[in-house]
Design a protein around this ligand. Structure first.
Ligand code: ATP
Ligand code: MG
Length: 324
């Protein structure tokens, strides 16, 4: 079975580009093809105008960081970073380069430590320093933060972004975590079943998903199948069962209506429907409320915790209508 079925991607010079998708969708395989660790059956990999398809991994000018810190346990931090320079020694001294890299990832003074004397986050920063030491043209990161706890992950992703911006190194980042992808990327590609489902800037893809998969994978969404009928002077109506919802734009035929949890409101003046509270989760800055409506689950982000039955609604302009 093919792991990838037609990946056509262009990553721009200096950008932070993310491949995001569920487990097994082909993210790591794509990254390994870019690194030269895997050979695609068809197609080409180009860096700039150069076809690198036949260039071996060590000559491609890529730095790679994997999920599980593959530091050499018997080498010190400094030796680990210097190892990154074995194919490509710098013009100046190796010691200076290593020190500069450790400084960059905020580990100055840690050079003499062994990897087992470091925290998980520090080890990943050593792995990053090692990958960056030879000044690669392309940095490839495969879930480098996923084995860390949530707070450290949030901090390190900011740091990663800072280092990337400082160096201006073209970066392809792999994650299954959609929130992480939205937070760090200049642009992202949603990968689904070995294919690219959609590419764009995080806000553009979040606000304008082109398929139901993207609508539901990137952030939360309430998706409802219905039929769009004309009738409104501006916009259209989507009929689902007994209910009609007003939406903007001209739509006809079978559609999927998508409304984000944060677009649902108890004070909305449009598209009202009565829903029954099923579960309430406190999130600190508000509530995620699970409702039952016509035998379906509906999720809303609300400032206050409701009880019993409430009237929800949404602005027609906030709904995304996808043709089926
Ligand atoms: N060496 C291999 N030989 C054959 N099939 C493979 C190989 N490695 C991965 N696959 C298959 O290719 C598909 C894509 O795998 P890949 O590792 O790229 O997914 P992924 O998106 O990185 O997933 P995860 O989020 O779990 O890391 C999967 O169906 C997987 O079973
Ligand atoms: Mg993977």
């Amino acid at each position: 079975m093919a792991a990838l079925r037609g990946i056509d991607l262009g990553v721009r010079d200096g950008e932070f580009f993310t491949l995001v998708g569920p487990s097994g969708c082909g993210k790591t395989t794509t990254l390994r093809c870019i690194a030269g660790l895997e050979t695609p059956d068809a197609g080409a990999i180009r860096f700039g105008d150069t076809d690198v398809s036949d260039v071996p991994p060590e000559a491609r000018g890529v730095g790679v960081v994997f999920q599980h810190y593959a530091l050499f346990p018997t080498m010190t931090v400094r030796e680990n970073v210097a190892y990154g320079l074995r194919f490509d020694p710098p013009d100046g001294s190796v010691d200076e380069r290593v020190a500069a890299m450790l400084d960059l990832v905020d580990l100055a003074g840690m050079g003499d430590r062994d990897p087992d004397e470091l925290s998980g986050g520090q080890r990943q920063r050593v792995a990053l320093a090692r990958a960056l030491a030879p000044a690669p043209d392309v940095l490839l990161l495969d879930e480098p933060l996923s084995s860390l706890d949530a707070r450290l992950r949030d901090r390190l992703r900011l740091e990663l972004k800072r280092v990337q911006r400082e160096l201006g190194v073209t970066t392809v980042y792999v994650t299954h975590d959609q929130a992480e992808a939205l937070a760090v990327s200049d642009r992202l590609a949603v990968v689904h079943d070995g294919r690219i489902a959609q590419v764009g800037e995080p806000e553009a893809v979040y606000d304008g998903p082109e398929t139901r998969f993207v609508a539901e994978f990137l952030g939360e969404n309430n998706c409802l199948d219905g039929r769009a009928v004309g009738g409104e002077t501006e916009g259209s109506l989507v009929r689902a069962g007994e209910t009609e919802f007003a939406v903007t734009g001209d739509h006809r035929g079978p559609v999927t209506l998508c409304v984000r949890p944060e677009s649902l409101d108890v004070n909305a003046s449009h598209n009202q429907f009565d829903a029954r509270v099923r579960d309430v989760e406190f999130l600190g800055d508000g509530y995620r409320v699970h409702f039952e409506w016509n035998g379906r689950d509906v999720v809303a982000r609300l400032d206050d915790a409701p009880t019993g039955s409430v009237t929800l609604g949404f602005d027609p302009a906030d709904a995304v209508v996808l043709e089926r």
